[in-house]
Structures are given as C-alpha cells and as structure tokens.
Design a protein around this ligand. Sequence first.
Ligand SMILES: Cc1ncc(COP(=O)(O)O)c(C=O)c1O
Length: 444
Amino acid sequence: MALIDFQMDNQWLPFTPNRHFLKDPRVFVAADGMHFTTPDGRQVIDGISSLWCVGAGHNRKPINEAIKQQLDTLDYSTAFQVSNDKAFRAAQMIADMAPGDLNKVLFCNSGSEAADTSMKVALAYHRARGEGHRNVFIGRERGYHGVGFGGMSVGGIPANRKVYGTALLPRVDHMRFIHDPVNHAYIHNEEPVWAEDPLLELEQRILPLHDPSNVAAVIVEPIAGSSGWYIPPKGYLKRLREICDKHGILLIFDEVITGFGRMGTNFGADWYGVVPDMLNFAKCVTNGVIPLGGVICRDKLYDQMMKTDAPEHVVEFFHGYTYSGHPVACAAAIATLELFQREQLFARAGEMGKVLGDAFHSTFKGLPNVIGIRSLGCAAAVEFAPIAGLPGKRAYDIFLDCFKQGTLVRPAGDVLVIAPPFIVEREHIDRMVNTLADAIRRHA
Ligand SMILES: Cc1ncc(COP(=O)(O)O)c(C=O)c1O
C-alpha cells in the first residue's frame, strides 16, 4: 500500500506537531513482535513499547484470542448497577499483584481518567471521615498525570499547562523537581544519592504554607516517565511516605508507566518498597491493545466509603465511566497478565534493562551535545544540550532521523528515551542504540 492510498485531511493528531507531520508523515499499517510495518513495507523497531504500553510485544496471539472470544461471548454490558465476570477476575488478578492492602480496583479507561479518579477518591474519602476541608493537592514539577483538568493541574509540565489559566484547579502546589543535572547527570542502573534532602521543601515550606491539615493527597510518578525518565534520589519515596503518614495525607503513585513490569517488578511500589494509598495504572495492563486504566485503593479507603449512614440503595461514590471494567478490555487484561506471568516477562524486563543501560552509557557518553544519561528498569534516556532559542528541536530532529533509519524513539523536550517491549533481544538493543548514536553524530 502506498501512502497516497488514504488522505490525511481529517485527523487532528494528539501531542504531535501537525503542520510538520503532514509534510513528513509517519504511518504504520501492521505490527508484530518488536516491529511495525509502514505502508511502503519498511520495518521500524518499536523502541518505546508504543508509548510504554506493549510490554509483551505486538500481535500476541493469547491476547488477541481472548479478545475475539470475549466479543463472541459478552461484547458489552453496562458497568452501573450490574457488572461482568471478566471485570471481577481482572480486578482480583490486579489486586493479587499489588503490594500491601491495595485491594480495591476502580476501573476506568486511561491514565488521565485514573489521575482524576484517584483525586476524587481522595476528596470523597477525607469528607467521609469528617475532614472535608482537606482539598489541597500536591504534585511535582515536571510530573505527568494525563490531560484531564485534575491530572493536568497536579502535573508539572509547563507546555501542558500554560494555556489553561484559571481553568486549572485551585489549591494545588508542586514540589521541586528531582533532578540534579550537575552531580547526577549520569545515572547508570542505580539511584542517585543526594547530599541535600529535596523533601525539606515539602516539610518546611509547602506543607506549612497550606497547613498540612488541609492537604488531601500528594501524587507522584515513582520515576518521572513522560518528562524524560528522571529518577528520584535514594530514599525519596520512603521519606515521602513517612511525611504523608505523619500528616494524614494520602499518597498516590501514578504507575501508568512504572506499573506492570517496567521496573522488573510488578510495580514501582515493589521496586522501591513503598506502598502508596492509591496506585494508578493503565497502558501495559492490556499490553496496550485495548484501553483500560484504573486505581487500586487500599482497603481503608473503600471501608471508609462504605461506612455511611445512607440507606443501602444509595450509591456510596458518585463516580464511574460508561466503560469502567469493559468486558473486552478486562478479557484482554486477564490474558495479558497471564502472558506476563507465563513468560516471566517482568524478570526479563529487569535483565534486559541492565543491558540497555550498559549500552546507553558505553555508547553515548562523550558524543556531541550529550549532557546526561539515565538508566533504571527497562528504560533509558539520553539528554542533549538544547539548540539556543529552539528548545526540543535537537531531540526532535534526532528522533526523525532515527525513524528514517527504522527505529522509533521517544522525544521529551531535549531528551530521547528508549523503553522497549520486555521481549527485546540484545541485537535489537544494539541496533537501536547504534542508530541513535549515528543520528546524534549527524546532528552535532
Ligand atoms: C504517569 C502517567 N500518568 C498518566 C498518563 C496519561 O495516560 P493516558 O494518556 O492514558 O490518559 C500517562 C501517559 O503517558 C502517564 O505517563
């Protein structure tokens, strides 16, 4: 099929420079394993698991078959007042995988919906226990929690926020960013150790400013994925947990990227040994093939919400989506989680992540304009000095170059990330890293 077999006038592309895209389109028509196929039959290696989703690789038969079978059995049923068998089974499997007493799964369809859902649970929970005044949320600079108004407000990526003005939620604050570009530019499969404590700012400035008794929740990604794989200092999440506990503040981990294997463990929470009060997930839970997201809540949140004086016919939490726990999505999740388990793909992600990190550091260090390299879990990032006056252009140009050479990488500002499917082989890593190195040299 040639590119001109379809016209491109009608799709407004998300998070894409549309004007440039139309001059130089990138389109896929098929995918299998580690590769996409373009309309002209070229193979492109999926270096980013299709935006952190496709942990098990593309076109996995057990997932496809489960979906087809579900379509022929129960295609859809409403989620309100009734439910379906697959939603209960998927919730059970997810809760079994989650640490601590994270046992109650509220389904939605995306990471953005998970962010907003978790924030609404926080407000409802505090109100139910007589602390309705707790309505301050704290996020972090350069955090990403999707594009709903809640997630965007606690998010900290300036470009995503700047045109929305007072439509952003009030009573939101942000902790400082967790990257030290001078002392920790290069992080090689380890946690950076900071001399100073970046959470002093939370304790000594942000919480006193709002008064901790007014704070509903703190939300963070265990590792800041969308802004460019930024890794928190050693001990950071444990201390954040302690601070939240001390003040009765809920801790939400947004694990839309770190959940389901990316760290070589079930969740980032397991890798860091910290149990949040809510854990948001999406993406890898269905291997990306069908939208599904959710929030796993600790028992205490659900139990509190059920402790109501309202008569039994009254809904306890007025929230939900038409497609919450969609049977086809949940069938896909069940098959995906079984596949991850059967093929031990999380352990493999941990092993191949080390190979990827080694390749990044040994290949890119010292190349022109490279000012940082970070690797941990099954992802690695290389950061470039921006072109003066044109932030993001260097990484974008290198991304385009890599695509032409058959490798899909992920630009985030002046960072490029590779986060491959967990089925990645050494030869794929060599190919992706060499392609990226050549492109970096060409754009010196
Ligand atoms: C940490 C995090 N939260 C939320 C989202 C938003 O997810 P979605 O695009 O499915 O709404 C993303 C997407 O990349 C994410 O990385």
